[in-house]
Design a protein around this ligand. Structure first.
Ligand code: PFF
Length: 465
């Protein structure tokens, strides 16, 4: 089991892995989703709970996932099977592959909007609809056009496929090394722009001054769920990236770096967006449309807004792309490892399948908008099943697997590889990690999971009566 597979592709460098994994983590979740759910849930109080969730659950589970990949050098299905020889656990990896299919099929649609909005920004269209209501209407007019939505969706999928087609070092690692620094610089520029706007202080207050009364059970559960999504946890993406890692790299240090970068980027995005939203007097709780409905209106009211609007949507597209390649890579690695497909064929064929799977989701904004099950359209159903059921379930099972099935007597020697110095200097770190993984995360994730499927509220109501 310890023998490294010499033929398997590897990251070219330590930093290459961290860039790629941070690229997977940092995405629409940070720039699109985090600000709007923080905005809807009281700002700073949500942020605080989210930070705690990241530290006590996100980081331990992330380390477990990367370690599963590095130890087995396999895709999620192969990794679980190799360590357990059990079909049940292999099928847990299979859930991850299915989640990869599903998440990418809707993620790439929103990413397509981001690309479409680069074109909108360049063409100066935002200046034609400067008020939020008109900007929101303009957004609806765009997505109601199936050609607009499908065209940008297809374009984004092709970009994703090209990078995964090129492979680990030449594709994913190279793309991440170029794009991540650009992303970082662009976000910092936007944050400085936000901070220097008149009235920016109010936005900062909103983000940093917690109102304790706003913290409720549902804030905690929402924050925990988002911690999973934003760190790409629970479906084997980090496992797959970890499988291209070598034994000399430190898994805990890489995990810490990824968590640090992802969190900093979310906070910087939050500062860039809320300072601007408050400076022009818009509502921070505008919901999922926050960046597409309100930001165009924010940009047109700020000096230099034309350039900043273009930069912003380029940034959003880059962030989405470094995440979407990790989603496609999970699926591709399964077919390459287990079904012996060629990487090139897998990237093209599976990319096309995912696009086709996404067509009904894309059309649920126009032609299929009346098709609803339980009041959810096709897009919402796929998002709900993948993000709210498969990810927390995957995270729960990964913690249980590592702590209880694989067993710490086998896990710890593997974790120590490449991290000997760290654990020699701080032996108590291991104790913490074991406790978090064995007890804390399974129990807490279990609650998120119940909440996600709406059971928790029902049980709580039962007690309240
Ligand atoms: N972490 C990504 C984001 O925050 O946008 C989303 C994501 C990517 C989730 C890859 C899951 C995944 F496997």
């Amino acid at each position: 089991m310890n023998g490294m597979d010499q033929n398997r592709e590897k990251w070219g460098s330590k930093i290459g892995f961290v860039f790629a994994a941070a690229g997977s983590a940092i995405g629409l979740g940070n720039i699109w989703k985090f600000p709007y759910i923080a905005g809807e849930n009281g700002g700073a109080s949500f942020v605080l709970v989210y930070l705690i969730c990241i530290a006590i659950i996100g980081l331990p589970v992330l380390i477990a996932e990367i370690l599963l990949g590095r130890t087995t050098q396999r895709n999620p299905v192969g990794a679980f099977y190799k360590l357990s020889q059990s079909k049940f656990w292999a099928s847990v990896g299979g859930l991850g592959v299915i989640a990869g299919f599903m998440i990418l099929s809707f993620y790439a649609i929103i990413a397509g909007w981001a690309i479409g909005y680069i074109v909108e920004a360049i063409s100066g269209n935002f200046y034609l609809w400067p008020e939020p209501a008109a900007a929101a209407q303009h957004f609806r007019d765009l997505v109601i056009n199936p050609y607009w939505i499908l065209g940008y969706f297809a374009f984004f999928m092709i970009l994703t496929m090209i990078i995964v087609f090129a492979g680990i070092q030449k594709g994913i690692e190279r793309a991440s090394k170029i794009m991540m620094p650009i992303l970082f610089i662009l976000l910092i520029i936007l944050m400085i722009r936000g901070l220097t706007l008149e009235g920016a202080g109010e936005g900062l207050d909103f983000l940093w001054n917690p109102d304790w009364s706003k913290i409720s059970a549902s804030t905690i559960l929402l924050a925990l769920g988002h911690a999973f999504f934003t760190l790409s946890l629970g479906m084997g993406a980090m496992l797959t990236y970890g499988s291209y890692m070598s034994d000399d790299d430190s898994v805990p240090v890489a995990g810490l770096q990824i968590v640090f970068l992802d969190t900093v980027m979310a906070l910087i995005a939050g500062m860039a967006i809320f300072t601007a939203v408050f400076a022009v007097g818009l509502d921070p709780a505008a919901g999922p449309g926050l960046i597409f409905h309100t930001l165009p209106g924010v940009f047109v009211k700020m000096p230099g807004g034309y350039i900043f609007s273009i930069l912003f949507f380029i940034l959003l597209s880059i962030a989405a792309l470094t995440s979407s390649i990790s989603l496609l890579e999970v699926v591709v690695s399964y077919f390459v490892d287990e079904r012996k497909w060629k990487r090139h064929n897998a990237a093209i064929f599976l990319g096309i399948i995912i696009f086709l799977l996404g067509v009904p989701s894309a059309l649920s904004f126009n032609i299929l908008s009346d098709f609803k099950i339980f009041n959810l359209n096709f897009f919402d159903i796929v998002d709900f099943i993948a993000s709210n059921i498969l990810l927390p379930l995957g995270g729960l099972l990964i913690s249980v697997f590592v702590a209880w099935i694989w067993g710490f007597d086998k896990v710890i020697p593997n974790l120590r590889k490449g991290a000997e110095r760290l654990f020699d200097n701080y032996p108590w770190l291991l104790g913490f990690w074991k406790f978090f993984l064995k007890f804390l995360s399974p129990v807490l994730i279990f609650f998120v999971f119940l909440h996600s499927i709406g059971l928790l509220e029902k049980i709580l109501n039962l007690f309240a009566q």
